[in-house]
Design a protein around this ligand. Sequence first.
Ligand SMILES: [Zn+2]
Ligand SMILES: [Zn+2]
Ligand SMILES: [Zn+2]
Length: 160
Amino acid sequence: MSFPVPGHDHRRCVAGALDAAEAECRRRGARLTDVRRRVLELVWASHAPIGAYAVLDALAGDGRAAAPPTVYRALDFLLAHGLVHRIERLNAFIGCSHPGAPHSGQFLLCKECGAAAELDDPAIAGAVATASARVGFTVTGQTVEAEGLCALCRREGGDG
Ligand SMILES: [Zn+2]
Ligand SMILES: [Zn+2]
Ligand SMILES: [Zn+2]
């Protein structure tokens, strides 16, 4: 997922993500229950990562206040099936627009607008694996989180 284009039709992002999630769950024989689907929808409320407590608040706003364990379980499910990613640096979650595809676990986080984007560059993963092998370390998982300014925020900063 790249950075969102300003003024884009975000309903299409959400609809596309929910469709992709349904398809991925079907493929895996997993069940996207109502609460899991709603939590996924809330994670997709924007392109900025959202924390578990904000998800809880939004559910309460629905008039279906859920107990924290319900939300944590739903998030665990979504994580386990690759429908959301966890951004460790922010202790928050971001929706995945291409579940089921290979991932390198690379994320760009804009400090200004809060949006996050996924990179999938095998060269980065390869460089980490090669450097690790030199010290006798075998990489079984890696996450790269880079923080900075997206193109839009950089432009706006330049104007001011
Ligand atoms: Zn969008
Ligand atoms: Zn992803
Ligand atoms: Zn930005």
